[in-house]
Design a protein around this ligand. Sequence first.
Ligand code: PLP
Ligand code: COI
Length: 339
Amino acid sequence: MNEIDWSSLSFSYTKTDYNVRCYYRDGKWGELEVHSSDQVSIHMAATGLHYGQEAFEGLKAFKGKDGKVRIFRLEENAKRLAKSAEGIMMAEVPADLFAEAVLKAIKLNERFIPPYETGASLYIRPLLMGTGAKVGVSPADEYLFMIFVMPVGPYFKAGFKPTNMMITRQFDRAAPQGTGHIKVGGNYAASLRSGEMAHEKGYSAVLFLDSKEKKYIDECGPANFFGIKNNTYITPESHSVLPSITNKSLVQLAGDMGLKTERRPILLEEIETFEEAGACGTAAVISPIGQIDDIDTGKSYVFSKDGKPGAVCEKLYNKLRAIQYGDEPDTYGWNTIIE
Ligand code: PLP
Ligand code: COI
């Protein structure tokens, strides 16, 4: 393999040595298989290809100063994939199969886990899709669960620096009673056009409003939204927001730091009163938001004037990373350690 420049990794596909796969056929899951090719052969009438019967996950593993590898909140990702499967009628991946597959994929690609000092991590991408052939719209009888891993750096180019986002009412990511709360591919397809529009205009992502009334903040394309004011961590409550595991962890950590925490609808106007704002997720970690421009009304909401992250964002970021890398005690047992 070519030498990897760990410190300048971005969030993009890198082929690693192996991926793991498991097929669901005749009502049961088969044996976990190990593959070195990154190609998949599936039926051309697979429901995953035609009707979006597909869901995925994203989690990370970190190498600590002690040489141990820690996987962050593996059980939560297993649960969320099961919810996604239930939501679009796919066979559920049992939690123990999920864990076994994640561990196997990491161990087989150990040489791709970035060293501690680099601040990079190993991104783990589980994927579940309908592979059975159906041309009428109905759930498949066969499924493929697979996992690949890749070493990654920051999702937003800036890394831990304020990044700008835009609001538009021209596109929705998810319907009010649709699939926004589960991690299915269709949500991301629906976000592509507005996401590209944002990139063309120089923003890192779209901040979506609720699709029914366009009054409340929902979430960013690939991450949840939070704001800080009056010593309070505030994040949206909405059926069409993906329940972020990072956000859930930050709510806990913010509370431990003495902040009040609120999960409730956030009116767009309210963000004017926020002292700090951020996007959070596995890939995004915490990305402080510098400014949000509403391109339909021309109004701007500014959170960072000096190009620096706010103090609370920084404290939360440092705390979360310290737990993930094993620099601080993992009080809640969030990490699965590979010795
Ligand atoms: N919201 C969306 C739409 C996402 O794609 C993600 C990424 O997984 C998140 C939020 C963050 O969720 P998590 O913190 O569990 O990665
Ligand atoms: C993640 O944070 O794991 C995501 O899935 C976000 C994005 C890459 C889709």
